[in-house]
Design a protein around this ligand. Structure first.
Ligand SMILES: [Zn+2]
Length: 60
């Protein structure tokens, strides 16, 4: 990944930049992963709820 401070390319696992020595933050990516996971669960939950309502109506 690229350093957000100086733009030098670093190893994917690097915790500190090889160019400027600043710590490379990876929290932003984890935050996105959580957001995507929540969105996926929301879509799945919503689809499941709609499906349940449809099957309920068909049963009656
Ligand atoms: Zn840097």
């Amino acid at each position: 990944m690229f350093c957000p401070n100086c733009g030098v390319k670093n190893e994917q696992e690097a915790n500190f930049c090889g160019g400027c020595g600043q710590p490379i933050r990876k929290k932003s990516r984890a935050w996105w992963m959580i957001l995507i996971a929540v969105l996926c669960f929301g879509v799945l939950g919503g689809t499941g709820y709609v499906y349940m309502q449809i099957t309920k109506k068909e049963a009656l």
